[in-house]
Write a protein that binds this ligand. Structure first.
Ligand code: ACO
Length: 325
């Protein structure tokens, strides 16, 4: 195992105050608490206020992560923000967060879009840039206002998603042998319409299509389980770690049944997985950092623990990261 030197120094999250229950959604579309709960494990999700933006949520999560790292905005020289719901096509939402937090002008700031795998893509990019020695402290954020890209008349998608932000500060490890051990990213070249927002982009073929999430849920479900299982196995094998050495798996929170299937295939008990999909639904790029922050707050991750992050998303992208906490 290579000696890691870039570590998580702090984590933070932000969730809007407005809770939308399954019961309330069943007044908008023909569904029920029972259907949503048994098929997805979701009980409720958070919905951002009308004026609240992805950048606002990202900045709040970033501020909390800085505080938990014991650093100030002036210490940050890299901001990478993962989102599929940026405030604007340009500038990058990372630049808006920089301004809100007072991060200095020498910081590089940009967004990445790998849908629900976005945080892992951002994390891997930050790790590479920090390991080069040319940057010292990175603020890595996943933030989404998915409520703006939902068709609230489509019961097959609107029940699944929510708004949130999660963040982490990365930098030189403060404890011996803590830090990132390995990452693995990939993308399965499957038809885009498995999971996409057809409208709102520059493609002339899709000019009249709506800017809302459309998904072939059943097909995505199968690919998701396989992709997350495969990436978990790859990473563990590559670093000669067995699944039972992992203290906590922090998976993308799309559906409880997907997480249960991965646990089954990896032969790990569910109590090794951190699950909060019941309270937030699928928050895409925010999902993994939000769950990671909560897992740590809840004492599910302790110094010295091996932690595995896994995700998949539209693309279909997938990714994993192995960390010694
Ligand atoms: N309420 C009630 N009935 C519903 C609802 C609903 N909200 N949604 C669908 N149904 C109906 C369907 O119309 C269907 O009815 P039919 O049999 O009469 O045709 C029936 O329920 C079964 O539908 P399925 O799609 O087969 O249900 P399934 O068990 O596959 O669950 C779900 C659907 C929850 C979407 C599941 O397939 C899933 O979780 N897929 C993966 C989703 C996912 O992980 N997405 C990743 C997004 S990541 C990113 O990058 C944004």
């Amino acid at each position: 195992m290579a000696t890691p030197s870039i570590a998580f120094l702090g984590t933070g999250s932000y969730t809007p105050t407005r809770i939308l229950s399954n019961q309330e959604i069943s007044q908008l579309v023909e569904t029920s608490d029972e259907w949503i709960l048994t098929r997805t494990g979701i009980r409720e999700r958070r919905i951002a206020a009308g004026t609240e933006t992805t950048a606002d949520m990202a900045a709040a999560a970033g501020k909390a992560a800085l505080e938990s790292a014991g650093l100030s905005p002036g210490d940050i020289d890299l901001v990478i923000l993962a989102t599929l719901t940026p405030d604007l096509p340009m500038p990058a939402t990372a630049c808006l967060v920089q301004q809100r937090l007072g991060i200095p002008s020498r910081a590089a700031c940009f967004d990445v879009n790998a849908a629900c795998t976005g945080f892992l893509y951002a994390l891997d990019t930050a790790w590479g840039m920090l390991s080069s020695g040319r940057y010292r402290h990175a603020l890595v954020i996943g933030a989404e206002k998915l409520s703006t890209v939902l068709d609230w008349k489509d019961r097959t998608t609107c029940v699944l998603f929510g708004d949130a932000a999660g963040a982490a500060v990365l930098g030189p490890a403060r404890r011996e042998s803590s830090g990132l051990i390995g990452t693995r990213l990939g993308s399965l070249p499957l038809p885009a319409d498995l999971l996409w927002v057809p409208g709102g982009g520059s493609s002339p073929a899709n000019l009249d299509d709506p800017r809302v999430i459309r998904m072939k849920g059943k097909e995505v479900f199968k690919v998701a389980v396989r992709a997350m299982e495969d990436v978990a196995r790859d990473i563990l094998e590559q670093h000669h770690v067995s699944a039972d050495q992992i203290a906590c798996v922090v998976p993308h929170q799309a559906n409880l049944r997907i997480i249960e299937a991965i646990a089954h295939y990896l032969k790990l008990p569910m109590d090794r997985f951190y699950v909060n999909v019941d309270r937030y639904g699928n928050t895409s790029a925010a999902s993994v950092p939000l769950a990671l922050h909560e897992a740590q707050q809840a004492g599910r991750i302790r110094p010295g623990d091996l932690v595995l992050l896994v995700a998949f998303g539209a693309g279909l992208t997938y990714g994993g990261a192995l960390v010694r906490w």
